[in-house]
Design a protein around this ligand. Sequence first.
Ligand SMILES: Cc1cc2nc3c(=O)[nH]c(=O)nc-3n(C[C@H](O)[C@H](O)[C@H](O)COP(=O)(O)OP(=O)(O)OC[C@H]3O[C@@H](n4cnc5c(N)ncnc54)[C@H](O)[C@@H]3O)c2cc1C
Length: 285
Amino acid sequence: MKPAPFSYHAPKTIEEAVATLARVAPDDGRVLAGGQSLVPTMAFRLARPRHLVDINGVAALARLAVEDGQLCIGACVRHAAFERPVAQGPLGELLKQVVQHIAHRPIRARGTFCGSIAHADPASEWCLVAAGLGAEMVARSALGTRVIAAKDFFAGIMTTALREDELLTELRLPLLAPDVRFGFYEFNRRAGDFAIAMALVTYRLKNSAIVEPCVAVGGAEATPRRIAQAERLLDGSMPSADIFAAAADAAAKAADPLDDQQNSADYRRALVRTVVRRALARAAI
Ligand SMILES: Cc1cc2nc3c(=O)[nH]c(=O)nc-3n(C[C@H](O)[C@H](O)[C@H](O)COP(=O)(O)OP(=O)(O)OC[C@H]3O[C@@H](n4cnc5c(N)ncnc54)[C@H](O)[C@@H]3O)c2cc1C
């Protein structure tokens, strides 16, 4: 099948892009980034946007830089950029490990980090990273710019706080201190598939005890999020298989899993327990 007819717009600057979006968004205008989610849905006519605002020609959106303790990821930075460390310390290494779980190489060469965030698939690895590490999203429209915290950004399955006339110009991730330990674990049935459940954990050690724990879960619920019940158990505890199992149990109990024909809520809850425990074990290595 071919996409339904649409008008194509190719702005060269951010100002031009948001001005075009202001004009066409009310008439079902959409941003086109890597096209790896939008174009297949158009080909199946599940989406029929009347206008596409192609941001790939906006050079300013390809920026990937460390600034004021944050990694700034522009809207046109592809997944593949993270296949090598893009920041010193644990953050660059974390992103390098996580990106290997996103789709396949051709999709990683085209799809963008910010496109994943705007698309907000519950099983997106980058959405989990953004929620776990407390990213900031920079949204720009003809009316101005606003910065949205990750905890306020993901509103539901493929639903975000972005308005239809807003362009996500950049996402900012805080750099991680050199002694931050991290672990990521994802479960899917075939390599390259979307996650059925995944966990990202970080923590530091102070006098051998866990401090500043972060336990974030994605894929299992409608939106990725940190699980405070698991973090409370870990905080101040010595790392051990028992405390990791207890935190994983707490995460599973706190989860509100999705339920569909392929994966029941009970199955996903059991997976949450497993992925959290394994992510914690990886962080301890
Ligand atoms: C076979 C296959 C397997 C995949 N597997 C995975 C996987 O395992 N994990 C994973 O995370 N993803 C996976 N993906 C999706 C892929 O990562 C996409 O690249 C990503 O979801 C969207 O990024 P994009 O740049 O391609 O966005 P597009 O497809 O261009 O856009 C997606 C949506 O976001 C909006 N949008 C994009 N950028 C912006 C912006 N800057 N501001 C505002 N709105 C914007 C668009 O209007 C559209 O609604 C897979 C895709 C395919 C085809």
